[in-house]
Design a protein around this ligand. Structure first.
Ligand SMILES: Cc1cc2nc3c(=O)[nH]c(=O)nc-3n(C[C@H](O)[C@H](O)[C@H](O)COP(=O)(O)OP(=O)(O)OC[C@H]3O[C@@H](n4cnc5c(N)ncnc54)[C@H](O)[C@@H]3O)c2cc1C
Length: 411
């Protein structure tokens, strides 16, 4: 039986390890932190369940469907569509494929022209036949250029696409690759948007549970790696037929791997608690006015009541990408803006946490999946930064590296 050491228990490392086990390899996963998950973690704060940065599972992700047991995750779904705040008040953008009753209201909402709305429908229809993977054969341009090429009006881009995509791409310029735009849109068109009842961390936890016992070691940072050996911070060494480095790019370069050419998108959100929910549903609220500090908002406890203790609600405020400021500056500005949206009750909200993740999403242009192969030093690498910055990208990267390694190992 061949053996492999996987350094890092994020989604890429865990999926790689699971696939190797399936291919009859013996694996040892060494993780620096105290739990698996990497950038997908959940904490308990004052009996609230807070994901580290607002993230969601798009249930159409093919890799997630292959590896995760959605039933056991007890998924809680966001209502389809969004409410957009505009100068003229709230406008509903419903998903007509799921909410037939709202088609008329959505088509007449002051978000875009009738043509814009029909284009969304047409795009959604076309996306239903996509494989759901990043399509590298598509020509590449910025997302904004792609939206314009599809014929969307300025009105629709500013009021809906910019804030909606800013919450996903973590940038407001819509400079992200149009391949990512097509990929993300297809996921929304083909499936639901969900949270595991116990928090996003249940995703890596479930992947880890499927590994043979004793094959995942937490609190085991690796300080050096070569083709067949790793050295741990405590001085121990481990040897195997192959070493796969599944850490984020900065950590990979500290292990001597080449520094990839990419930029990072940061994420910032404020979590607030109150006895009263801001909204009666868990629908996403978007800032279609382009002002203030708030980009998007959701009453998370209306999607998943388990995120808050009895009698309490959890509100997530997504800060507009590119803004900086101290916690108190952002909190003050966000409260002022949200009072216009939800009224005086915002004054009484209690700030639970300011989640500022500087290295949230790696961004590369051109965007393509790097073919799995060992480095000059014979080390394998996996991670979202070698694929696309998503749960799907990380998991697919892990799978593909495992398969390429097993194929090479069997030659
Ligand atoms: C705020 C935020 C919001 C997001 N929103 C979404 C979303 O809504 N939907 C979506 O699909 N994706 C989203 N993503 C992206 C998604 O979470 C990532 O693409 C994915 O989790 C990356 O997984 P990874 O395994 O490649 O890397 P990581 O998660 O970074 O894993 C790397 C692992 O390596 C470990 N490590 C580092 N150094 C060492 C060492 N020396 N020794 C041992 N272990 C080490 C780390 O502790 C970590 O566990 C979001 C990400 C963030 C941060």
């Amino acid at each position: 039986m061949k053996s492999a050491i996987v350094v890092g228990a994020g989604l890429a490392g865990l999926t790689c390890a699971r696939r190797l086990v399936e291919l009859d390899w013996q694996v040892l996963v060494l993780e620096a932190s105290d739990a698996p998950g990497g950038r997908v973690r959940t904490d308990r704060v004052d009996n609230f369940q807070l994901d580290r940065g607002f993230q969601v599972l798009l249930t159409a992700y093919p890799a997630a469907r292959r590896w995760l047991d959605y039933g056991a995750l007890q998924l809680r779904f966001f209502p389809a569509g969004a409410e957009v705040v505009t100068e003229g008040g709230w406008q509903r953008v419903a998903d007509p494929r799921r909410e037939f009753g709202s088609i008329l209201r959505s088509l007449t909402a002051d978000i875009g022209t009738m043509r814009d709305k029909l284009r969304v429908l047409q795009w959604a229809w076309e996306s239903r036949t996509s494989k759901g993977e990043l399509d590298e054969s598509l020509p590449e341009q910025s997302s904004e250029a792609a939206l314009r090429a599809k014929g969307f009006s300025d009105h629709m881009i500013e009021r809906f696409w910019r804030p909606w995509l800013a919450g996903i791409f973590l940038e407001s310029k819509l400079a992200t690759s149009s391949r990512m735009l097509e990929f993300v849109f297809a996921q929304f068109a083909r499936g639901g948007t969900a949270l595991p009842q116990g928090g996003m961390q249940l995703i890596p936890a479930q992947l880890a549970t499927g590994l043979p016992s004793e094959s995942l070691r937490l609190n085991h940072p690796v300080v050096a790696a070569s083709a067949h050996r790793v050295t741990l911070e405590n001085g121990d060494t481990q040897e195997a037929d192959a070493v796969i480095v599944a850490v984020e790019p900065g950590a990979a370069s500290r292990l001597g791997l080449p520094e990839p050419d990419l930029t990072w998108r940061e994420s910032r959100c404020l979590y607030f608690a109150d006895a009263e929910p801001a909204t009666t549903d868990g629908m996403l609220r978007l800032n279609g006015r382009g002002d203030g500090v708030v980009n998007h908002f959701v009453t998370l406890s209306k999607v998943n009541p388990s995120v808050a203790p009895a009698g309490q609600h959890l509100m997530m405020v997504g800060i507009r990408p590119g803004l900086s400021g101290s916690t108190s500056e952002l909190e003050t500005a966000a409260r002022k803006q949200l009072m216009l949206w939800f009224g005086k009750q915002v004054e009484g909200w209690r700030l639970l946490r300011d989640d500022h993740i500087e290295r949230a999403l790696p961004d590369r242009l051109p965007l393509r999946h790097v073919s799995p192969r060992p480095t000059d030093k014979g080390i394998w690498q996996t991670g979202d930064y070698l694929a696309d910055a998503s749960i799907q990208g990380a998991m697919t990267s892990g799978e593909r590296v495992a398969e390429a390694l097993a194929k090479q190992g069997n030659l």
